[in-house]
Design a protein around this ligand. Structure first.
Ligand code: FAD
Length: 322
């Protein structure tokens, strides 16, 4: 069995750890084998999050706190990470495939001259070798990749690698690293949250998505209700965003978010190739469309031919009865 020391970056959003951080720990454990997984938390006032990282499988936590790290910038976080890497000399480094991970990982890989596999959806250990799986061309092809030498880096796509079972009785050491963060070229002055800021679509387990067939901003009301009773969140096609029915932050697809929820309910969405690029890897797809020829039915596991304004409220009532 291999014995690697692997670091994994924990990510915070709106005051809590993103669930993909726990999936990244599971990925790091697979790479580590019998080695040690150390979670890194970077920011300001972050001590309170260490126990959760340990409960999800980190053997140890390193915290790097500084007032200039209050809001993430790749410049500041990279300075913190380089310092940690210098001290830890890890064999592997795992990030979430989020806006932050996508920005930081190539910067660190280039500086460390490391191999990086991004957007990883599966990890397998074949004796000493780690084989990374990642989708290509919007999910039309799957690539299997190995890093042949040196530091091994990966970014993990949310909702694909199952986290380890949470065990609050697990224990692990928490240490802090002192660092001066200086000469930052960029600093966040203010964060203005968009109206739709709620569950991150890329991490959502259940998505009820609306398209142009929803017809208006008010038309999203029943979809919102269905999402609420199912414990999910609302997404949209670009058709709905372009029509002004909802915010672009909800857009799913080639030029929007890539999602892999357990359940995706497409309402009034035709199934254009650019939309499928963002959601076709969802685990279960239900399509509601009044056109029986709509392309979305080709990839749906279940299809309902009907008017969404009748079907969605009926589904809400059914779920409420359960
Ligand atoms: P439509 O294609 O107009 O479909 C509306 C559907 O609603 C129809 O199938 C209709 O039968 C159904 N309908 C109408 N009324 C009802 C009702 N009452 N009940 C049930 N069904 C009803 N699109 C994306 O989604 N995401 C992207 O990231 C994206 N990126 C793009 C990038 C590029 C470069 C380009 C060129 C396009 C991109 N598009 C993207 C746009 C894409 O090509 C489609 O135009 C868009 O997805 C269509 O959105 P829609 O399915 O909501 O609308």
């Amino acid at each position: 069995m291999v014995n690697r020391n692997v670091l994994v970056l924990g990510e915070l959003k709106s005051g809590s750890l993103r669930s993909v951080s726990f999936e990244a720990i599971a990925a790091a454990q697979e790479i580590a084998g019998n080695g040690q997984v150390t979670a890194i938390l970077i920011g300001e006032e972050i001590q309170g999050y260490s126990d959760e990282m340990i409960a999800y499988g980190a053997d140890r936590v390193l915290t790097v706190e500084h007032k200039n790290l209050r809001n993430a910038t790749s410049d500041g976080y990279a300075q913190a990470l380089f310092k940690v890497m210098e001290e830890e000399q890890p064999d592997g480094l795992v990030f979430a495939h989020t806006a932050l991970g996508k920005d930081l990982a190539p910067r660190v890989a280039s500086r460390m001259d490391a191999g990086l596999v991004s957007d990883v959806t599966g990890i397998a250990r074949e004796e000493e070798t780690i084989v990374f799986t990642r989708p290509l061309f919007s999910g039309k092809a799957i690539e299997k990749k190995v890093i042949t030498e040196g530091l091994m880096m990966a970014t993990i796509r949310p909702n694909n690698i199952p986290p380890l079972d949470r065990d609050p009785s697990r224990s692990g050491k928490v240490e802090s690293i002192d660092i001066e963060i200086e000469n930052l070229r960029t600093m966040v002055k203010e964060i203005i949250h968009s109206k739709s800021d709620g569950v991150d679509l890329s991490e959502a387990k259940i998505i009820v998505a609306g398209g142009r067939g929803v017809k208006s901003a008010e038309g999203f009301g029943p979809l919102q209700e269905l999402a609420e009773v199912l414990g999910g969140t609302v997404g949209a096609s670009r058709g709905a965003c372009d029509a002004g029915f909802c915010d672009y932050s909800l857009q799913i697809g080639q030029t929007g978010k890539v999602v892999t929820p357990d359940l995706y309910i497409a309402c009034g969405i035709s199934g254009a190739i650019q939309h499928l690029a963002g959601m076709s890897n969802s685990k279960l797809i239900i399509a509601i469309n009044k056109d029986p020829e709509a392309n979305i039915f080709h990839i749906a596991d279940y299809g309902i031919v009907g008017d969404l304004f009748e079907v969605v409220p009926a589904l809400v009532e059914e779920v409420k009865q359960m």
